[in-house]
Design a protein around this ligand. Sequence first.
Ligand code: AR6
Length: 172
Amino acid sequence: MGNIELLLGDITRDYGVDAIVNAANSSLLGGGGVDGAIHRAAGPELLAECRTLGGCATGGAKTTRAYRLPCKYVIHTVGPVWHGGGQHEAALLRDCYGNAMMRAQEAGARSVAFPSVSTGVYHYPVDQAAAIALKTVQDFWDAHADSFDRILFVLFDERTLAAYKKAYEDLN
Ligand code: AR6
């Protein structure tokens, strides 16, 4: 059984992983934040492939190739927009991480890097999001220990990293 790694950094850099997860929107046609960074680093072929996918529901996840990114796959998931917590946001965020892990397993990706889905433009409170993210991913890894070697969260700023570290302590 492995331990999730929590790193500060830019997920488009080379972490030696098979798959990275994108915090996309339901069009899957790009945007700002980590989505913009991933599309810029992958090159226009990524958008061309995304156009063939017909979008993605909130909580869902779809896999593409990674083109110029230093990994094999991008798993695009669509996090919930935070509306105060009464609109199934927690269940939808759980679905994002669970479905992304399922897509990774199906692709044979043995190492996966996640960003903090929904805590940027979508305004999900980072403390709550971190607890859901880590528990969902750790539970999936524990249940499918043979499928994965490494799981990372690559967090873009100190505040987000601190929230994930705290949630990780509370979980273990
Ligand atoms: N590497 C890792 N994390 C990053 C990077 C990066 N290069 N860039 C930003 N982050 P957001 P969301 C962090 O807004 O809240 C897009 O326009 C960022 O600091 O990217 O799920 C999509 O198209 C934050 O901690 O995603 C959607 O429309 C985290 O990634 C919408 O934003 C998520 O922030 C999705 O919003």
